[in-house]
Design a protein around this ligand. Sequence first.
Ligand code: 5AD
Ligand code: SF4
Length: 457
Amino acid sequence: MQEIQERFVGLVREKIDNKNLKYNILTMGCQLNENDSEKISGMLEKMSFAETDNFEEADLIIFNTCCVRENAEEKLFGKIGEIKKLKEKKNVILAIGGCMMQEEIMLDKIKKSYPFVDIIFGTHTMQNLPENIYKAIIKQEKVRDILDIDGEIYEGIPIKRNSKFKASVTIMYGCNNFCSYCIVPYVRGRERSRSPKKILEEIKKLSADGYKEITLLGQNVNSYVGDEEIKNFADLLREVCKIDGIERVGFISPHPKDFTEDVIEEIKNNDKITRIIHLPIQSGNSKVLKEMNRKYTKEQYLELVEKMKKRIPNIVFSTDIIVGFPGETDEEFEDTLDVVRKVNFEQIFMFIYSKREGTVAEKREDQIPEEVKHTRFDKLKELYESRVDENNEKYIGTTQKRVLIEGESKNNQDTFSGRTNTNKVVIFEKTEKSKIGDVVDIKITEAHKWYLKGEII
Ligand code: 5AD
Ligand code: SF4
């Protein structure tokens, strides 16, 4: 953490210590945002704020916004309205940060229509939060702290993690790909990788604190650039897996165009790496993919999947799919369904295309009518769900290695709940030796729609 921010942490602490002030944080969006929120919480707790789930009893409310899809805007405006009412009843500071604040149009709208918002900060200025809180609380100023250049990487921001066993570690920021539908490169800036030394130090510390599972995060993890020794993503994966105590390692999201041989080899040789690979396809049609600027064809994607399935036993895939990209015909959408049948994805995150101002696709005149988009979405969902049972049944009789025990299952205190290294929920009887946080091997005995059952072996 920067020295100047440390000073502000101290100043705020001095003023509010013993006042028992509470904060509430609402995170919208992806795991990168979740990870940013953990850092926001870390900074706030250092300033002596305590977390509350109930925004009505909070003295400080933070919205960490996402701008990847359009509907998030409506949700944000609704939430701001709720806080406006709360502000009429009590003294509460409202801070809004995250990707949406890096969008000029949204920023202007918030400034004009919601002048009562106390602090606005962007993805590149999150680390200034102590100073901004100081100005808002102590000096009662309105703070607007946005930078539109690519932010530097700030190390050492305190972090309050949501789990005791699983941790996300951001390895790179930004994106250079400019997929034609996507706003991320405009709001998160160009790719910047963290130094391997800092990443490994953070993970070693996590391991010492009892963490067992690490997810490496970035908009495009496989374009990670390291240093002389740990040069690329494959090298980093290998080094992370060497850390004692870390039992499972995952990563999101890789880009299919950058999925190199050495990464495949690393996954194959290293069973700490999860056996589910999130490989966003977006569309199964080569013409649509070209217009999306994804830089691979349907065939290349399928070849990559086949190659990995051959080399790495039991590997499964999850993906992101956008339906209704401008100009997408019914036949082109059929190609997406075809890929879904062929790959048999374990999980699909399905999105209806939404126009993002400033992107290339937004300017196209051949936008798809809403009802067509919805029909395609339903068709995709139906196809995916029709295959869930069959996919789950394949697990019966198998031994799932490295299941992390995450807690007691909700409905039965005699059983634990965990996740396989393909991210399936599995429920199993407790044994004398097993405890939360352990990593165990489980023999699968039953398959249900949304979970498996098994026993520790
Ligand atoms: N409309 C719909 N979905 C989008 N995504 C990104 N931009 C858009 C958009 N404009 C989806 C992509 C990406 C995921 C994080 O969000 O599938 O992989
Ligand atoms: Fe957006 Fe494409 Fe970058 Fe992913 S790779 S963040 S979809 S531009």
